[in-house]
Ligand binder design. Structure first.
Ligand code: AMP
Ligand code: GLY
Length: 420
């Protein structure tokens, strides 16, 4: 099989890598990919992730067996529908089904209707009404832009001035453009967060190993929210009873509900969850693989990845098996300043010294004219390793991260620390 992956981040690097190691796979193409992927035998194609027409032409010309769509933007634009209309197989939700990620307001309404546990909330398009609700509810409180904001459209406000500022920025100053014309204001939930992804085909749900993301930019969960600064899988502090409850009360009813709504979901459903005192509750849904969760979850997949996706696309039962022993840990190297303004074009020193057994997933990197790897994004790359214990994995991985130390970049030193 020749396969195509759409996207250019660490998540897509991990997806491509796993496909390359699957049986019966000849070529893996990634559009647009990045120069780091090209180094590991992935064929990068210079087509933007949202250029559906050019991607379809490419898939037809190269006899692509199927395409996997990584990022949310092409999914929300309906790229899977376009591939299907052209008679091509593509793994990912339709435009209609991807709305569960594209609109937080839609996701909340859907969860209310199907009694899927989540924080209580109200949606507003009028600033004064939103402000009045805020004053009535008080803090702590959570304010979310309705639309996509690259993981940054959420303010968890502990004080009233913070809450008011966030609301003003979103609704009056349109900080996230159209995405924040509508806001969801929701109850603050307390508990441990975890990510539960599943392969979904209509009402069939095949859960993956659970993972833990680290969303805040700095150590000790301080600083602004980012796309994710590191992750590990599985999560020993979340019991299998909670995991089971989350599958039964959240994932399965969501898949069933989407089918009833005429938005049947085929792809990866990602539930961002909080284990509260009254059980797991949803903080967000994504309609795709998580980043950086994928970089620590996919290495744990024991069954054949390419065959698993093909089975789902053919409406057959896939073989989904994850390793039970040990854990995988990943730490992101980010550009100084991320998630706010940051510079690109800094040379990545030490990359050639990374030990061969470490997974290197490139995200924002490219090669300069002298063939050096330079930074080309906020999240630059992720290093990943497995270990029998968290202590062992952390020791090993942070020895490697040190090789990348450089004042132009930063990384959190406490990924997985609480799980030691
Ligand atoms: P999201 O982009 O919706 O995943 O939100 C980003 C982060 O904000 C989450 O990872 C949580 O840490 C936090 N968060 C979101 N919603 C809530 C909530 N209702 N209660 C407490 N924290 C939340
Ligand atoms: N790591 C969170 C996300 O992929 O949205």
């Amino acid at each position: 099989m020749n396969l195509l992956v759409i996207g250019s981040g660490g998540r897509e690097h991990a997806i491509c890598q796993k496909l390359l190691h699957s049986r019966g796979v000849t070529n893996v193409f990634c559009a647009p990919g990045n120069d780091g992927m090209a180094q590991s035998g992935i064929n990068c194609i210079a087509i933007p992730e949202t250029d559906a027409k050019a991607l379809i032409q490419f898939a037809q010309k190269e006899d692509i067996s199927y395409t996997i769509v990584g990022p949310e933007i092409p999914l929300l634009e309906g790229i899977v529908d376009e591939f299907e209309n052209a008679g091509l197989l593509a793994f990912g939700p339709s435009k209609k089904a991807a709305l569960i990620e594209g609109s937080k307001d839609y996701a909340k309404q859907f969860m209310k209707k199907y009694q899927i546990p989540t924080a209580k909330s109200e949606t507003f398009t009028d600033y004064n009404k939103a402000k009045a609700y805020l004053d009535e509810k008080g803090v702590p409180i959570v304010i979310k832009a309705d639309g996509l904001a690259a993981g940054k459209g959420v303010a968890v406000a502990m004080t009233m001035p913070e809450a008011t500022l966030a609301l003003k920025e979103m609704m009056l100053q349109k900080r996230f453009g159209e995405a924040s014309e509508k806001v969801v204001i929701e109850e603050f939930l307390e508990g441990e967060e975890f990510s539960l992804m599943a392969f979904v085909n209509g009402d069939e749900v095949y859960p993956m190993a659970i993972a833990k993301d680290h969303k805040r930019a700095y150590d000790g969960d301080k600083g602004p929210n980012t796309g994710g600064m590191g992750a590990y899988s599985p999560v020993s502090s979340i019991s299998s009873a909670i995991e089971k409850e989350a599958i039964e009360t959240i994932l399965i009813p969501t898949a069933k509900g989407m089918k009833i709504e005429g938005r049947p979901f085929r792809g990866v459903l990602y539930a961002g969850l909080i284990a509260t005192e009254s059980g797991p509750k949803v903080i967000e849904f994504n309609a795709r693989f998580g980043d950086p969760e994928t970089q620590v979850v996919l290495p744990r997949l024991e069954s054949d990845f390419a065959a698993l996706i093909l089975a789902l696309l053919h409406n057959e039962k896939p073989d989904v098996r994850f390793q039970k022993e040990g854990l995988n840990l990943g730490v992101v190297l980010a550009a100084k300043g991320y998630p706010d303004a940051y510079e690109k074009g800094h040379i990545l020193t030490g990359l050639e010294q990374i030990s061969p057994e470490i997974g290197i997933y490139h995200a924002g990197t490219k090669r300069d004219e002298a063939s050096n790897f330079i930074s080309n994004g906020g999240r630059v790359l992720l290093l990943e390793t497995s270990g029998a214990t968290m202590k062992e994995a952390r020791l090993h991985l942070y020895e490697e991260m040190k090789k990348l130390d450089n004042p132009d970049f930063f990384y959190r030193i406490d990924i997985g620390l609480k799980a030691e």
